[in-house]
Design a protein around this ligand. Structure first.
Ligand SMILES: *Cc1c(COP(=O)(O)O)cnc(C)c1O
Length: 436
């Protein structure tokens, strides 16, 4: 794949080159607040931690203020009146969220937080029976996912140590091979009730082959769900066409909706309206048209909204709405193209920096096997200590995962080639060269 990134310029006269690339390909940085680093010592950070917490769109504050003003002006009438009535407010988020993940609007809803949604989805889709009880995750899954599936196993009276299968890379390798995952599912899939992997691994930045693994899992008779925390807003997705059973993602990483922002859920059309699927219900699980009839028995709609439980926090939905409008305006195809250019550029610089230093990029080299994040393993010292020095001494904000990984994510909406250059420069200046 041609990433469009030039390959042969280095750190030496790289800054001018980075500036030239930015002039030609400016992105949408002007729509975001870019924070300073280290208490203002660096007026604008090279912010490469958007995979951990996305930056605030400039539009968010006014949009949120408008929703607050409706409450002060309308009181309880705001449920049905005003520019954006609260009763159907979540519907404003549905179509853009569906476009983002490649789904129909009936398949997507924004609600709760990610791990809560994983549990609510597992209530429906983790149904251990007979010999088919196991849950397959990746060994380097985000801890919350591991805790969630282990507690689900226990909830069903099963031993988490034998129920949860953790897939590991081959010895000496850092990332999972698709053929190893599909081979496992072909060999042992009849014992697997649920496959629940990260679409983009949070630690290594590896983009999994979602359609191939979904097909293999389903062919083996398992349910296949995806945690898209690091995929939504980072890589193009086509959940409906890929026949994914369910998926969930958060909105505070690439989706720039603020800390703890409301999360998204996908349930494939073939499961919608299935009265045999167990679900936990509340008054927001019933049809909106009859919700206020206050009947004792719910009538769930044949959409993913049947998985909703409570009336949603409107002031938490505002930032998600604002952000999704931005994604809609720019479009994932254009973002992915810019992402390939930015990350390709950073990868080229990292090749130079890592060549004679105790540093290794563990993210796959092939652009189609990664999103925007590059993860660097450090051969000595503490990752957190190195991240602190990058921030203090160079204004570069990257994310450390102890013991030995630092993650750099040039985000196509607001990161620049100059940010990438600063990160590579800072790494080169901070980590001593060795002969190897
Ligand atoms: C960020 C992240 C989470 C965080 O879970 P919350 O419920 O949003 O606190 C969970 N899983 C993965 C894979 C993540 O990357």
């Amino acid at each position: 794949m041609n990433t469009g990134a030039p390959e042969s310029f280095g750190l030496a006269d790289g800054e001018a080159e980075a500036r030239r690339l930015d002039a030609a390909d400016p992105g949408h940085r002007h729509l975001f607040h870019v924070p300073p680093a280290d208490g203002g010592r660096h007026p604008e950070a090279a912010y490469l931690a958007g995979n951990s917490l996305g930056l605030q769109p400039r539009a968010t504050r006014d949009e949120l203020a408008a929703d607050l003003a409706a409450w002060s002006r309308l009181g309880v009438e705001g449920h049905l009146e005003g520019e954006r009535p609260w009763l159907p407010y979540h519907e404003l988020l549905t179509a853009p969220a569906a476009r983002l993940v490649g789904a129909t609007p009936a398949e997507v809803v924004v609600m709760n937080s990610l791990t809560v949604n994983l549990h609510l989805l597992m209530v429906s889709f983790y149904r251990p029976a007979g010999a088919r009880t196991r849950i397959v995750i990746e060994d380097s899954t985000f801890p919350s996912d591991s805790y969630a599936v282990r507690s689900q196993a226990r909830f069903h009276g099963l031993d988490p140590d034998t129920t949860v299968v953790r897939l590991r890379p081959r010895a000496g390798e850092d990332t999972l091979r698709t053929e190893d995952v599909t081979a496992f599912l072909a060999a042992e899939g009849d014992t697997v009730a649920l496959v629940l992997l990260g679409g983009v691994n949070y630690l290594t930045g590896e983009l999994m082959d979602i359609p191939a693994i979904t097909a293999a899992g389903r062919a083996a008779g398992a349910v296949v769900g995806w945690d898209l925390a690091h995929a939504a807003g980072n890589v193009p997705l086509a959940l409906h066409d890929w026949d994914v059973d369910f998926a969930a993602w958060c909105s505070y990483k690439y989706l720039n909706s603020g800390p703890g922002a409301l999360a998204g859920v996908f349930v494939h059309e073939r499961h919608l309206g299935d009265a045999d699927l167990p679900r936990f219900e509340g008054w927001w699980s019933t049809e909106a048209a009859t919700r206020f009839e206050m009947t004792p028995v719910s009538r769930p709609p044949a959409t993913v909204e049947a998985w909703q439980i409570s009336n949603p926090p409107i002031f938490a939905m505002g930032p998600v709405r604002t952000s999704l409008e931005l994604f809609d305006a720019v479009g994932m195809p254009a973002l992915r193209e810019r992402s390939l250019r930015l990350t390709g550029y950073l990868a080229g610089l990292f090749d130079e920096v890592t060549a004679n230093r105790p540093l290794t990029v563990v993210t796959p080299r092939e652009p189609e096997r990664r999103g925007c994040q590059l993860s660097v393993r450090i051969g000595a010292g503490s990752a957190a200590e190195l991240a602190k020095r990058l921030r203090h001494e160079h204004g570069v904000i990257a994310d450390a995962r102890e013991p030995d990984i630092i993650r750099f994510a040039p985000v196509p909406l607001y990161s620049t080639f100059h940010d990438c250059w600063r990160a590579a420069e800072a790494l080169a200046a901070t980590v001593a060269e060795v002969n190897r």
